[in-house]
Ligand binder design. Structure first.
Ligand code: ASP
Length: 363
């Protein structure tokens, strides 16, 4: 399969992506046309906080587990880890100091999916999402309804706000404005340690193919730190934060959810793979499309018209090939290719320089 190197892709930039999108847009290739033999896996890919997750999932797939059970068990490690402040227990809370979780799962062989959004007090939203898929006639449950559903299935309510996450939230609240009644403490060591987290966010996505060529994926997150209560990101939206087509491939994402929701990013990545792109090319083409659309929202782009936010896609195709692409340079992703688990650099659209501000967004 023709492969566009990162350098060539970057050189050709916007015009290439638009031309390729249009040229390939009228024909969906069949499985045999993209040379997709069954049995090309196993392979597991995740965002860079999922290095242990890919290992866990690979071990389970090798022991015969369904790929969806395997990736969920993988991300459970991250959801239950209080040190990961972007997912599950220990995740950064909303603006009122309450942790609200989003998650989705999708199972290739049955083309079925389930999701929960704004779920409070349950450590492992990915497991609840799987039950939505298996034990309801729905695809997405939110808020109080999602919590009641989880409790009905025996999940235990727990306080998800760790002391560290509470202190970071408090620091954010106290430094938000000089015109309110909350005062920050005098600068001390703790405050300095917390500073890097003030604008941080994150998610874990994990996708897999087994040796029979069956695909599955999961995306789970505490979402944007200090969000407006009830804000839902891309992670629980099928087609945005996750998409699986068992005939083509799987894709998932991390980063600015709003940009991804309004472009159906993961669906777009899978679609590009169906049109013949490699996983890496498909991720970059979707990012290119998102970057082009973002120019219509001037407050989201820098002086050079580049998005002022981070967004990454992760993809595996039916042949077991994998790849990842990020809006900005400097990101990594986790993979277990059947031999070993490792972190690899993502391909990227824009090289980060001193003028690029990919994380702090202010209108
Ligand atoms: N995609 C997540 C969201 O928008 C956040 C992230 O991945 O950092 O909720």
């Amino acid at each position: 399969m023709h492969r566009v190197s990162r350098r060539n892709f970057l050189k050709t930039g916007v015009s290439l992506s638009a031309a390729t999108f249009l040229a390939g847009g009228n024909k969906i290739l069949s499985r045999s046309q993209i040379g997709a033999p069954a049995g090309a896996g196993p392979c597991v890919v995740a965002s860079n906080n999922g290095l242990e997750a890919v290992e866990k999932a690979m071990n389970m797939i090798r022991s015969g587990s369904d790929p969806l059970d395997a990736v969920i068990a993988g991300v459970n490690l991250v959801e239950e880890d209080p040190e990961d402040m972007s997912v599950g227990y220990g995740g950064l809370p909303n603006e009122e100091g309450v942790v609200e979780l989003d998650a989705s799962v999708m199972h290739g062989p049955t083309h079925n999916a389930g999701a929960v959004a704004s779920l409070r007090n349950i450590k492992t939203p990915s497991r609840v999402a799987k039950l939505v898929m298996e034990r309801t006639d729905h695809a997405l449950l939110v808020g109080e309804g999602a919590l009641k559903f989880a409790l009905a299935h025996g999940f235990k309510e727990e306080n998800l706000l760790t002391d560290k996450a509470r202190q970071i939230w408090l620091r954010w609240k106290e430094t938000l404005s000089e015109r309110d009644n909350w005062f920050p403490p005098k600068m001390d060591k703790l405050a300095e340690e917390l500073e890097p987290y003030i604008s941080s966010y994150g998610t874990v996505n994990c996708i897999a193919i087994d040796s029979a060529g069956n695909l599955a994926g999961v995306t789970t997150t505490s979402g944007l730190a200090f969000k407006i209560p009830g804000r839902v990101g891309d992670s629980p939206i099928i087609g945005a934060g996750l998409y699986v087509d068992n005939d083509i491939g799987a894709a998932g994402s991390t980063g600015r959810g709003e940009a991804n929701i309004i472009t159906c990013g993961s669906h777009m990545v899978v679609n590009f793979m169906g049109l013949g792109s490699s996983p890496e090319e498909a991720c970059l083409k979707a990012l290119q499309k998102i970057a082009e659309k973002t120019r219509l929202q001037p407050h989201l782009v820098d002086d050079e018209g580049r998005p002022r936010f981070g967004l990454s896609f992760y993809a595996i195709n039916k042949k077991g090939q994998y790849g990842s692409g990020s809006m900005w340079s400097g990101s990594t992703f986790a993979v277990h290719d059947g031999n070993e688990k490792k972190l690899k650099e993502t391909a990227y659209l824009f090289k980060r320089d001193k003028n690029s501000r990919a994380t702090r967004l202010r209108r």
